[in-house]
Write a protein that binds this ligand. Structure first.
Ligand SMILES: [Cu+2]
Length: 196
């Protein structure tokens, strides 16, 4: 038994390395990054996953066991209190059950109080000003992240936060939303679907 396990480990590592997608360079946690350092993250966010659109339903599907998703909070030009993924505003995000998800939040918003984070869990809309967060009903949280530092996007520094978590093993409908008081209520949320 032990012998066969030893054989499995290098194979699993090789698969993991081979299948690990994501932006080539990730910023160091806690430090703001320049616009030029943010650009590859924006490009990755705009292009990763497989998008689908019909009527006013927009979804971005991610497949595989290891997934990297970059969500932008309020891209310049996007409506207030929104997330952008794959050039969609607040799209549905689909990830397979049990997949290992690395989620990066890039806050591109500007102004006092334009602090944003992400909670993924069972709490469903309509939301109150403060969304109660029972630990048992959420499966991931990205802490509140500061807005950009300058009115000019090109001259700004940007704050980024990344967390890795395992999607629930049970397929189902969840939601992602911003935990800053008032933001989810104002529409800063979307569906997060755990697919079989
Ligand atoms: Cu927010």
């Amino acid at each position: 038994m032990k012998h066969s396990m030893n054989h499995l480990v290098p194979a699993m590592l090789a698969v993991g390395m081979h299948m690990s997608p994501g932006p080539k360079q990730m910023p160091k946690p806690g430090r703001p990054i320049s616009y030029s350092a943010a650009k590859p993250l924006i490009l990755y966010s705009d292009t990763s996953g497989k998008s689908s659109e019909h009527a006013n339903h927009r979804a971005v599907l991610f497949t595989g066991r290891r997934i990297h998703i970059v969500m932008v909070a309020v891209k310049p030009g996007a409506p207030d209190q929104t997330f952008e993924v794959h050039k969609f505003v607040d799209p549905q995000i689909d990830t397979p059950a049990g997949s290992r998800v690395t989620l990066t939040l890039l806050n591109m918003d500007y102004g006092p109080g334009m602090v944003h984070g992400i909670v993924i869990g069972a709490a469903k809309p309509p939301y109150k000003t403060v969304v109660p967060l029972p630990v048992t009903a959420q499966f991931a949280e990205i802490p509140l992240t500061m807005p950009r530092t300058s009115q000019s996007p090109g001259k700004s520094a940007y704050f980024v936060a990344t967390r890795t978590f395992v999607a629930p093993r049970r397929p189902g409908l969840y939601y992602y939303f911003c935990q800053m008081p008032g933001h989810a209520k104002a529409g800063m949320y979307g569906r997060w679907v755990v697919t079989p």
